[in-house]
Design a protein around this ligand. Sequence first.
Ligand code: XMP
Length: 319
Amino acid sequence: DWSMAEFREAKIAEIRAQVGERRVICGLSGGVDSAVAAVLIHEAIGDQLTCVFVDHGLMRAGEADEVVSLFRGHYNIPLVHVEAEALFLGGLAGVTDPEAKRKFIGKTFIDVFEDEARKLGGAEFLAQGTLYPDVIESVSFTGGPSVTIKSHHNVGGLPERMNMRLVEPLRELFKDEVRVLGRELGLPEAFVGRHPFPGPGLAIRIPGEVTKERCDILRKADAIYLEEIRANGLYDAIWQAFAVLLPVRTVGVMGDGRTYESVCALRAVTSTDGMTADIYPFDAGFLARVATRIVNEVQGINRVTYDYTSKPPGTIEWE
Ligand code: XMP
């Protein structure tokens, strides 16, 4: 793609001009955006870049290992893997407000990055895979007055005072353009085609209080849902699919016993930029199979619903 080749060269020059001889750390989330940002910045400044993957304990099943091994397997970019589950889950204890969750997670990410920057002898720049929609949606909502819908953690979720300066080479791009750039940079298709995953992770898919136990329940349900989506060849037709664990318990019956457990909602949408979305129209048989598997296999869930809300008026994530 010729225009993307130009964009790549222009950005490389811009990054070199901004950073000079100084050091940069790049927060890697496992998503395509931060991976593309990292590879682009590495082309620009080579060993002045270190990637940092923060495992906040809010990743999906197996994701942390997948990200680290995929990245280490393909690139020669130094990667620091920070285990920070206790720090994040500890701070989230008792927090139920969606914006409070986002602000805490955003601030804690920055604390961890600043620590790592110090350990590296003072990196002055923090690189992120922020996209254009992240910027718009953290500031205002299309057409209306200036109202924050949600503070996307790498924009509105940043603390007011930060010691590091930002490097955000993808700030003008939409997701489909980032995927084109990723292919241009030679990223493996496994990375380029991944569904988006939000920085605050499972915390914003567990309305109410986030606990390790709730995260574990959600991880199991989500893994079954995605396994069925992949097995039925639907993954690439869907923008994003995930399970949400609701803070509601309902009565059920299993064998000859009564159950009183949590409800899980399934979400799947199609979209081109995440700014608007339509629900994915699974056939009823598929949803029934997934529901049966989740209730049978996941202790703690006894009812499954499907979210039929488009965006707008719904957002893609529930918080
Ligand atoms: P919403 O829920 O706002 O989501 O309709 C639109 C897209 O953005 C993702 N999302 C995030 N990504 N940090 C991210 O990196 C965040 O804080 C964040 N919040 C939402 C969401 O998964 C969807 O793809």
